[in-house]
Design a protein around this ligand. Structure first.
Ligand code: 0A1
Ligand code: ZN
Length: 849
């Protein structure tokens, strides 16, 4: 049986809701299987709408009673909501419904996690709590009363009254339902406070399950840093008396910006040196900032409809990236962000799931919380800032906050503030929001009579539903270097607007070496014929740290692809260039670690595919191992010294500088362990007093002898720590040898601690396998089968996480005919599952194309 095609929603069909809301009162009587929710909503006709149709969303609700102006009514109720006849004048709607949080495994609406009640309402979860116009343009103030036996009862806004078994909250800021939150549990608080720049005292709390109190301090400091930064850089102050964060173990995403009550996946807030890695600390700081920044970009100014999701997400990602660059190393942050952008967004943009940053239709909005909306959305803001300049960006943002505070806005509103601030026409720039696909930027050059000419040609390949593309505005940051390594032209921004365009630099004594797309000034793929000698030159001399790293990366990719397509060996050009950076003590250790890191197998597969080859996952794996071994042998004389030099005395600190040293030390350890049989790694594992070093060592040992002894020790040490055990599951499936990966994963899914309904554990285990390219793509199809089996099982409980994880199949057309047939069969099997969710049906259908 094939599932029916579910209904599509279109941007072009937007209509305002026929009613406005003056205030909402909610009353929760909590019980695991029979929570009662009473609502009282003051509606009045919306003068901007000519319809008077009264439809409220509602799913999985048991309606107990409904009233209009105090009179019982019998509304028409379907699986999707409720319809009633209402007066053409202000009226009060009341309803009482019953819901069952304990059996809510989808983790949308009100559900239970580890004995506590919590909510997730973005995007459309509020309709699983009560009947309501569950759309972002309907904004209202909320009063909430919670009755429950738990010691902590929280909702949005400010506390009004608290007593034995109840609490009342009032949120004075009008908000859409997706920002509603409720938490009830026997939790402990890590308290603190913050004084805003205008002198307002704000109470801060991070609430966690007993036992996790020791893992809150870093998150709290990160929150205070975020509050200060938003005041200083964007002039944004916090606007309630209290700001609460709650850590939850079962959560589909990273975190959620509910007004005054952020709810976090515990993996994105809890950290201690013993249990979290340096990367975890940095991520936590970034996510805390991201959710906090949403208070202005998302909450005070929200989205008119879900097609405008990038309005809040692209801007908020951009803001959290700026924050992290200010807190840490700007260069390293930019390189990290581009690595992620290419791995996730470019992959998406070049496959069957490609969609515009502002999509024009969807079946299930949860499927559009994508790298394109978030990360390409942020790149667009970065381009805009570069084009208008820092001062204009600041002025435009002030105007945006002033003009749209309290509103549900659109991308048109956003661009208009820039047009009004600068007088620029941004209609061509707006194509970045409507056209999908990553532009290819071909570069050619000429030099004559002291004039150097750079010619660019842009082309964007077709994407689903968009065969033709118009040229976009592309800001190309360029600098020029002399053959002796000096910079002869500092960075300037070339503004490309045509399909083909030339830019001239005159007055040059010699043909320069160009450094193009500095800081990765646009999310494009640069195509330029060049030599490895020039790449090595830029790696040695470029003053732009991004392009310096990029040159090394290009050199490594060129080497690896030639090893695979021309049977070459690892050349000395790569080894010499890399080893110079490796040995250069003047460079930031974190940067040196990034230069040492090899491109991912997925990156190589895509590069080969783009060049017209069929990637072979197992050969890619072997090539990457060969290059790593060559690095190790080539550098063996210096590795022990760098390892020793990166040693840090004193207690662990997650700051950028010591973290950078550990990153370089870890990269060196990985090479050393290919030469010393794992001795250094065993020593590091035994001595480690922090998770970064413990995990680095364990990863090395897994590769050498499957790390049996250390895996057992690690499990014994951490069996009671959920987040650390996720790492234990993940490392084994992600780093298993290709021929053992499927079997290892299957065995781990039978482990007593494999709680498949917990999204973190599921992702750690199955996601480790899907990221292990050679293992997942085992020629016999066993990897595909195992993952499909688990997706089918998970879909019945949690459609959102299943749909998200089905993207592991999105690059299936890259591979050989046998693999394609095997994947297609699994995708078809998934699609034919009776009662497959709307989420997964949409994703798998799009992936199949
Ligand atoms: N808005 C949150 C992320 C988020 C999105 C969707 C969710 O459920 C479908 C949950 C959280 C953010 O950007 O952090
Ligand atoms: Zn966000």
């Amino acid at each position: 049986m094939t599932n029916e095609a579910p209904q599509k929603i279109y941007l072009a069909e937007y209509k305002p809701f026929p009613f406005l809301i003056d205030g909402v009162e909610l009353n929760f009587d909590l019980a695991p299987r029979a929570t009662r929710v009473k609502s009282k909503i003051n509606f009045r006709p919306n003068p901007d709408s000519d319809s008077r149709e009264f439809f409220l969303h509602g799913e999985n609700l048991k309606l107990i009673s409904a009233k209009i102006d105090g009179k019982e009514i019998s509304p028409e109720v379907t699986d999707l909501g409720l319809t009633a006849d209402v007066p053409n004048a202000p009226f009060v709607f009341e309803a009482e419904v019953e819901i069952s949080p304990e059996t809510n495994t989808a983790l949308e609406g009100l559900y239970m996690s580890g004995g506590m009640y919590c909510t997730q309402c973005e995007a459309e979860g509020f309709r699983k709590i009560t009947y309501y116009p569950d759309r972002p343009d309907v904004m209202a103030t909320f009063k909430v009363r919670i009755q429950g036996s738990e010691s902590v009862l929280l909702s949005n806004g400010n506390p009004v009254e608290q007593g034995e078994g109840f609490a009342e909250w009032h949120d004075p800021w009008p908000k859409p339902a997706y920002l509603f939150a409720l938490v009830a549990g026997n939790l402990v608080a890590h308290p603190d406070s913050f004084t805003t720049k205008s002198g307002k005292e704000v109470e801060l709390n991070i609430y966690v399950r007993p036992g996790d109190e020791g893992k809150c301090a870093f998150g709290m400091e990160a929150l205070k840093r975020s509050m200060t930064w938003d005041e200083e850089v964007y002039g944004r102050e916090y606007d309630l008396d209290i700001f609460n964060i709650v850590a939850v173990d079962d959560f589909n995403m990273g975190a959620m910006e509910n007004k005054g009550l952020n709810i976090f996946n515990s993996s994105c807030v809890l950290a201690s040196p013993e249990t979290a890695t340096d990367a975890n600390f940095e991520r936590i700081e970034g996510i805390i900032a991201h959710e906090y920044f949403h208070n202005w970009t998302g909450n005070r100014i929200t989205c008119r409809d879900w097609f405008q999701l990038c309005l809040k997400e692209g801007l908020t990602v951009f803001r959290d990236q700026q924050f992290t660059s200010d807190m840490r190393s700007r260069a390293v942050k930019r390189i990290d962000d581009v690595i992620t952008l290419r791995a996730r967004q470019f992959r998406e943009d070049n496959g069957p799931l490609a969609h515009p940053v502002r999509p024009e239709s969807f079946v299930e909005i949860n499927n559009f919380y994508t790298a394109t909306v978030y990360d390409k959305g942020a790149e667009i803001i970065g381009m805009l800032k570069r084009l208008v300049g820092d001062e204009n960006y600041k002025r435009a943002l002030s105007l945006y906050f002033e003009r749209h505070d309290g509103e549900a806005a659109t991308i048109e509103d956003w661009l208009k503030v820039f047009e009004d601030t600068t007088g620029r026409d941004l209609s061509q720039f707006a194509l970045w929001y409507s056209q999908a696909g990553t532009p290819r930027l071909k570069v050619s050059e000429a030099f004559e009579d002291g004039t150097y000419i750079l010619t660019f040609k842009q082309e964007t390949p077709p994407t689903p539903g968009q065969s033709e593309k118009d040229p976009r505005v592309i800001p190309i940051a360029v600098g020029l270097l002399n053959p002796n390594g000096d910079e002869v032209r500092e960075t300037c921004v070339l503004e490309m607007t045509e399909e083909e365009q030339s830019f001239r630099f005159s007055g040059l004594a010699a043909k320069p070496i160009p450094s193009i797309l500095r800081e990765f000034s646009a999310p494009v793929i640069l195509e330029r014929e060049t030599t490895n000698a020039e790449r090595a030159f830029l790696l040695a001399h470029d003053t732009d740290p991004f392009n310096k790293w990029e040159a090394g990366r290009a050199l490594a990719k060129d080497t690896i692809t030639r090893m695979l397509t021309e049977d070459r060996t690892v050349g000395s050009d790569l080894l010499d260039a890399i080893s110079k950076v490796r040995r250069d003590d003047s460079l930031d250790p974190a940067f040196r670690a990034l230069v040492l890191a090899l491109p991912s197998a997925d990156d190589i597969a895509q590069t080969l595919f783009d060049a017209g080859h069929t990637p072979d996952p197992s050969r890619i794996h072997t090539a990457l191992e060969t290059v790593a071994l060559s690095y190790a042998t080539h550098l063996q004389d210096v590795l022990p010294k760098i390892y020793a030099d990166m040693h840090i005395d004193g207690p662990y600190s997650p700051d950028a500088e010591p973290a950078g040293k550990r990153a370089l030390q870890g990269a060196v350890l990985s090479l050393l362990s290919r030469l010393d049989g794992g001795n250094q790694a065993r020593a590091q594992f035994a001595a480690a007093d922090n998770m970064t070093q413990q995990l680095q060592a364990l990863a090395c040992l897994l590769r050498i002898d499957r790390g049996r002894e250390q895996l057992a020790a690690f499990e014994e040490q951490w069996k009671d720590d959920r987040l650390v055990m996720d790492k234990w599951f993940n490392l084994q499936t992600a780093l298993a040898a290709p021929e053992a990966a499927v079997q290892t994963t299957e065995a781990l899914t039978k482990h007593a601690a494999f709680d498949w309904k917990n999204p973190n554990r599921f992702r750690a285990t199955l996601g480790g396998l899907t990221g292990n390219m050679a293992g997942f793509h085992s020629p016999d199809g066993s990897g595909y089968r195992l993952v499909a089996d688990w997706l089918i099982k998970l879909d019945a409980a949690n459609p959102q996480t299943t749909a998200r994880m089905s993207t592991c199949f999105d690059s299936w057309r890259r591979y050989d005919a046998d693999r394609q047939a095997l994947i297609k069969a699994e995708l078809t099997r998934i699609l034919e599952t009776p009662k497959l969710s709307r989420d997964t049906t949409e994703m798998v259908t799009r992936i199949l194309g």
